[in-house]
Design a protein. Structure first.
Lengths: 461, 616
């Protein structure tokens, strides 16, 4: 396939659109372009993988979109929505219902901060963390290419596992980054698509031809037992994701793992991280490896269900210090959600345990650079590294922030242009056009990447 | 079930009583079906509220109850609380009497002190209701203390009666083995593997659960009856049914099976009404609605309440025979008339709603008119409880296996949930239509053309036949494209192009404002207000009209149903308005009613199977 140049939103929407029959939307920044593109394509009569134009319906709120999603899934259709932040919060009640009824819905999220002391339209993982207990599987992408590919893996896994999937990329950082990626063709998607699982899902549709009731009310004597009856579906889910990723690699030659390790095979200091920041950590690890340091990184893609066994397999046994980086904040908790998972996974493993600490970075799209990752690795050299640290800011109030060195990670072979401009007319052409046109050059030509400068963007909501 | 502990030492036990030394059985009907004495410890005291004289009680107990009494050497006392309540002028109100009897037997306080304290409590609770209510309650206390008597126990088993199984008739295994124990309150004993992973349960299950809770049930007098159908229309529990059948169908009728020549211009045959005594809640709305008076005895109507225990045998026999009778053919019935609608079999029956519920008659009516092609997106509320609280559900199916398919999402998302279903159905139909021409060679031009034609509800049966033919032809097909017809033939499909209506049925009770959201309720109505209003509700709301009326129903149709062009609440309501406006039947008492019931669904599930329902 010829590469295409798209941003994360378009990369995901191209896949989601083709794998959906009903798309309920209520656009919210930074996920809006996914919804808007789907709407545009439907209005132009673009077909999905089944040769059908998906029904795109704009609801009155994200709560409504989630309700329509639930209804469409009851009737055995492929149903999808796009959202972020407060929108995702509004979907929570239906998310519990959809997961509890083992329905394979998909939500694509451009992960965004939550409104606390202030609203922010920028990216972090607080919204994902807020829906941890809903029973949805959560897949997190680190790049535009991964966002496209994991979007497909999410839809396919949902059908095969009979459970709903939330697929997330970092809001703005990935959702609005223009990148040259290898697209997924219809042919590839058809080869990957689980037709039998779709057939089985269709057979579960609610119909007066063979009526049943769903969404009952239950009492103390049986609610608990019935709630446990779903266990086998969650038990097999990580295996399903692995299987789909393996098959994906066969078809596209792009390999993904639910938990991926990068670094020294006998690393002592390891960072665990999720999302786009993992690419910055990767650069820092590369830098340190060259200097002979035994460091590494685990990239978490499958956050829910958190598969302890696969995670421990990815984490080198030689690790003595582990720092878990969370792009979120849960005040009052022992640590942020990813830290909790990692700490619990290691506690369950038992034996000689490494020191595990957690820290925060990147809230509301706060920059996270390889240099900051170096600061974290430096902290791990200490016998008792700080827990609950922050990196990327100066905290002179509670003294939690880590220092980090000034190191230049830029590629000297690259052109690095910055444009200062005003209003919506300026940034788009200069940043988007070069990278788009670069996609048409031979593959050896420099890859163009650009990020929007959302500071000037009027926050839609 | 209420659990009460007290004693000289502080009791901090956040769990239910495991071994009781006192068991109060306030409903005789419970004795015939529910295990209760398993909680009694050896030598415990048992108090039974019985409608029978003391001498008859022992012999009327089921054998397992007798056995347990003898084995555990239980001390049994009896009292006829309903009779005493009637004597003091508080019919149905047995709580004070039973409380007094408990104090007498438990001996926790000296008798005089206990009486004084109970009366003080009564003054506090009912003081505002006036002197006469207080006096009646005081009298009830005295009677409760005085009338309780020890039951003479012969020391041997005299009964061969077994407990009535929780699910009667030919209940499917899942209903019998999973829903049955839940109905008995023994759900704790069920292991995880018996439950469907996605919470999908079968319909048509309430019919197996005969609760037998009514003290009085209606009986029908065919000679007085004018065959208007109002009783069938108002019955909240679908326990009164009517049919017009050919005379020869009555050949095998049990003796005394009531029927009379049908008074229809268009229909000939015999008209009959049957009553399911053990499903009836005794609300007596049917009697209230009945316009026919016995000219020889004006106090009698075509329907008259009678003690259930006296008439149930005959009623049940007639009921069973009635169910075996052929349905009155639907074609030709005028579905906008109450008189004709009564002849349609309901696909919503025996809900566990409060006696006299004002919502359920509408759902029953809906199921009569459209039930075999109805999908319900239910909003959480009363309708999700009587409609879908385990163990059983009133949503039912007909002999062909068709019936309302029901799902409840939440309260807040109800409209969107239903819209999502509609969009999905439209999309699937569109997909099927797109695929059809590709299968022309297999299906034949005629069938494809017929299926692609947009038709109305009048073509329902023809369309069903074509869809069945389609399924059959596609089933024989080798996967034509190596990927299966994704939306194609084998899965269930909405009948192509048929009746794309979407309607909203609002069920509201009077304490809720016009808006369906609780947050929109007016001031001064706490969260409990709505519920209390419901319990007090006795009319099916058919009388209520204005904004203060009991219930209102609204239908909003995109397209007019050919079948029932007149199905609008306002057309039905005036026909049923009672002379007295708000009626005056006997109010059900909360304590008379069994607590929550639920919706059910059968099917043993193992491992991952549960999601994939066997199709008809």
């Amino acid at each position: 396939m010829r590469p295409i140049t798209v941003d994360g939103n378009e990369a995901v929407a191209r896949v989601a659109y083709r794998l959906s029959e009903v798309i309920a939307i209520y656009p919210i920044t930074p996920s809006s372009p996914m919804a808007e593109l789907a709407d545009e394509w439907a209005s132009k009569g673009e077909p999905n993988l089944l040769g059908l134009v998906p029904k795109v319906v704009e609801m009155q709120s994200e709560g409504g979109a989630a309700g329509a999603l639930h209804g469409a899934l009851q009737e055995g259709t492929l149903a999808t929505t796009f959202t972020a932040s407060q929108g995702l919060l509004l979907m929570i009640p239906d998310m519990f219902k959809i997961a509890g009824q083992a329905l394979p819905g998909v939500i694509h999220v451009a992960a965004r901060a939550l409104a606390t002391h202030a609203l922010s339209i920028f990216g972090d993982h607080q919204d994902l963390y807020a829906v941890r207990p809903t029973g949805w599987a959560i897949l997190v992408s680190e790049s535009v290419q991964a966002a496209q590919d994991l979007a497909a893996i999410a839809h396919i896994s949902a059908l095969k596992a009979s459970l709903p999937f939330l697929h997330a990329m970092d809001g703005f950082r990935t959702s609005h980054e223009v990148q040259k990626i290898t697209p997924l063709s219809d042919r590839e998607l058809k080869a990957l698509f689980p037709w039998e699982a779709l057939e089985a899902f269709r057979r579960r549709a609610l119909t007066p031809e063979a009526p049943v009731i769903r969404g009952t009310a239950q009492n103390p004597d049986h609610y608990f037992q019935n709630r446990e009856a779903i266990n086998p579906y969650y038990d097999r889910l990580p295996g399903v994701v692995q299987e789909v990723m393996d098959r994906f690699a066969e078809v596209t030659a792009r390999r993904y793992e639910p938990y991926e390790y990068f670094g020294h095979p006998e690393a002592e200091r390891v960072v665990v991280v999720m999302g786009s920041a993992s690419l910055a950590v990767e650069e820092a690890v590369e830098h340190l490896l060259k200097r002979g340091e035994r460091v590494g990184m685990v990239r978490v893609r499958l956050f829910r269900p958190f598969h302890v066994e696969a995670f421990l397999k990815a984490l080198p046994h030689s690790a003595t210090k582990v720092a878990v980086l969370d792009r979120g904040k849960e005040p009052g908790a022992v640590g942020e959600p990813l830290f909790q998972e990692v700490a619990a996974a290691l506690a369950l493993r038992g034996g000689d345990l490494p020191v595990v600490v957690g820290g925060r970075y990147g809230l509301s799209s706060k920059e996270f650079t390889p240099a900051m990752a170096l600061g974290v690795f430096e902290e791990l050299k200490k016998e008792r590294p700080r827990h609950g640290f922050t990196v990327g800011i100066v905290d002179d109030l509670t003294m939690r922030s880590l220092p980090y060195p000034e190191v230049d990670f830029e590629d000297p072979a690259s052109v690095r242009a910055v444009f200062f401009a005003l209003g919506p007319t300026a940034p788009s052409p200069p940043t988007r056009t070069p990278s788009r046109s670069s996609a048409r050059r031979p593959p050896s030509s420099p890859r163009g990447t650009s990020s929007t400068t959302p500071r000037s963007r009027a926050p839609a909501r | 079930v209420s659990h009460l502990r007290f004693g000289p030492n502080p009791l901090e036990k956040p769990y239910l009583i495991q071994r009781a030394n006192f068991v109060g059985i306030h409903q005789w009907g419970f004795l015939e079906r529910l295990p209760m004495l398993h909680l009694a410890e050896e030598g415990a005291t048992v108090l039974i509220n019985t409608p029978y004289p003391k001498e008859e009680v022992w012999d009327r107990l089921p054998r397992p109850v007798q056995e347990e009494i003898l084995k555990k050497k239980l001390k049994v006392y009896v009292i006829n609380a309903y009779e005493l309540a009637r004597q003091v002028g508080l019919p149905g109100r047995i709580n004070t009497i039973m409380q007094a009897a408990f104090f007498k037997l438990s001996g926790v306080l000296p008798e005089e002190e206990a009486k004084a304290r109970i009366k003080k409590g009564i003054e506090k609770s009912y003081g505002k209701r006036g002197r006469s209510v207080l006096e009646k309650n005081f009298q009830a206390v005295e009677l409760g203390f005085g009338a309780v008597e020890p039951l003479p126990i012969p020391g041997r088993i005299t009964s061969d009666k077994e407990l009535i199984p929780p699910m009667v008739g030919e209940a499917p295994p899942f209903v019998r083995d999973v829903l049955g124990p839940i109905a008995l309150g023994l759900g704790d004993s069920l292991p995880v593997s018996l439950f469907p992973a996605d919470g999908t349960y079968p319909t048509g299950t309430a019919r197996y659960e005969k609760r037998g809770i009514a003290e009085f049930v209606p009986t029908w007098d065919p000679e007085v009856c004018v065959q208007c159908g109002k009783c069938v229309l108002v019955c909240p529990h679908a326990v009164i049914r009517a049919k017009v059948v050919p005379e020869e169908a009555l050949a095998g009728a049990p003796e005394g099976f009531p029927h009379r020549k049908a008074m229809w211009k268009e229909l000939s045959g015999e008209f009959t009404i049957a009553i399911s005594a053990d499903d009836c809640t005794g609300c007596s709305l049917c009697v209230e609605a009945c316009p026919a008076k016995d000219k020889r005895n004006p106090s009698r109507k075509a329907l008259n309440m009678a003690p259930r225990l006296e008439v149930r045998e005959a009623l049940n026999r007639d009921w069973d025979f009635f169910l075996s009778l052929p349905e009155t053919p639907r074609a030709g019935l005028k579905l906008h008339t109450v008189k004709d609608v009564q002849l349609l079999p309901p696909l919503f029956e025996f809900p566990g709603a409060c006696a006299g519920c004002g919502e359920t008659p509408y759902l029953r009516l809906l199921s009569q008119l459209f039930g075999d092609r109805l999908i319900v997106a239910n909003a959480t509320g009363c309708s999700s409880i009587y409609g879908g609280n385990l163990p059983t559900t009133p949503w039912s199916k007909n002999k062909e296996g068709r019936g309302p398919a029901w799902a409840n999402s939440l309260f807040e998302d109800n409209a969107e949930f239903g819209l999502g279903m509609r969009l999905a159905l439209d999309k699937k139909a569109e997909y099927a239509r797109r695929l059809l021409p590709e299968f022309r060679e297999v299906l034949g031009e005629g069938l494809v053309a017929r299926l692609l034609e947009e038709v109305g509800p009048e073509a329902l049966e023809e369309r069903r036949k074509d869809v069945a033919l389609l399924r059959e032809k596609l089933a024989s097909l080798e996967d034509p494209k190596g990927q299966g017809p994704p939306g194609g033939g084998r899965g269930p499909h909405p009948p192509l192009g048929l009746d794309r209506g979407r309607r909203r049925l609002g069920l509201r009770h009077r304490l809720r404002g016009p808006g369906p959201r609780p947050g929109q309720r007016g001031q001064g109505q706490g969260p409990g207000a709505g519920h209390r209003g419901l319990l007090q509700h006795r009319g099916p709301g058919l009388q209520g009209h204005g904004p203060g009326g009991h219930r209102q129903v609204r239908h909003r149709g995109q397209d007019q149903p050919q079948e029932g062009p007149g199905l609008h609440g306002h057309e039905l309501r005036p026909r049923l308005r009672g002379p007295g406006g708000h009626g005056g039947g006997r109010r059900p008492h909360r304590e008379d009613l069994p607590r929550g019931r639920g919706p059910p669904r059968p099917r043993p599930h193992h491992r991952l199977q549960p999601l994939h329902r066997p199709r008809h």
